[in-house]
Ligand binder design. Structure first.
Ligand code: NI
Ligand code: MN
Length: 229
């Protein structure tokens, strides 16, 4: 059975039935909530939502060590290549692709587009992306860092499990994230991108209360695992 592990912040890994492992937004060693260090992360595929350090910090080292393929925006792919990542699959917002493990579609997110650590000042034209991942019969949505956006209405009926930021300040807070749940109507929602630092400190119960009966909410602890079936 496919399972999802939350490593704190926006960092998640998904282990599929055949053992294939996807890691989204690898941020381990400088992530105060991470349950493991980057050196212990297994990955076959790494997906990046955008270029901020709290989403890409450990991407290149993990990709170089494991030989994982990095899936990201075109602009971010150039930064990954410059860091010695050999296997890269560049995409852009609105596009989907059938990978060996399943289908990935890059969807809109509203956020900032700076690529941290790039040799020259760099931004992505599509600042941030969310991902719709379809694998092992599960449809998973990782929203990336985003504001509440009407585009989320487009996801209604397409998502079983949604990972939504609730930390406020840099992304949606609990209220807007609950409105997003009302638009998307996933079967299950997992709050992410909160309580990593004081500036995004949020009581997840506020989100649980706001969502109410619209969807089931699973508040996870870093290192916690969830069966996706
Ligand atoms: Ni960000
Ligand atoms: Mn972030």
């Amino acid at each position: 059975m496919a399972s999802l592990t939350w490593h704190g912040h926006a960092t998640c890994s998904i282990r599929l039935d055949d053992g294939t492992t996807l890691v989204i937004d690898p941020f381990f060693d400088d992530n105060p909530k991470a349950d493991i260090s980057a050196a212990d992360v297994e990955a076959d595929w790494i997906l990046l939502t955008h270029g901020h350090g709290d989403h890409i910090a450990d991407a290149a080292p993990i990709a170089r060590r494991t030989g994982a393929t990095v899936i990201c925006s075109v602009e971010l792919s150039e930064h990954m290549a410059a860091q010695g990542v050999e296997k890269i699959h560049a995409m852009n917002i609105g596009g989907g692709y059938d990978f060996p493990f399943g289908r990935v579609k890059m969807v809109n997110a509203i956020h900032g587009g700076r690529v941290e650590g790039a040799a020259a000042p760099a931004t992505t034209t599509s600042p941030c992306a969310g991902y719709l991942i379809r694998a092992d019969g599960i449809r998973l949505y990782h929203a990336g860092d985003t504001a509440l956006t009407m585009d989320m209405r487009l996801l209604e009926g397409q998502v079983d499990v949604a990972l939504l930021p609730i930390g406020d300040n840099f992304t949606m807070g609990p209220d807007d994230a609950a409105r997003a749940v009302g638009m998307i109507r996933p079967r299950l929602v997992v709050p992410i991108h909160y309580n990593t630092w004081p500036i995004i400190e949020v009581d997840p119960q506020r989100f649980v209360d706001e969502v109410g009966d619209t969807s089931r909410v699973r508040v996870m602890e870093p290192g916690g695992t969830l069966d996706l079936a």
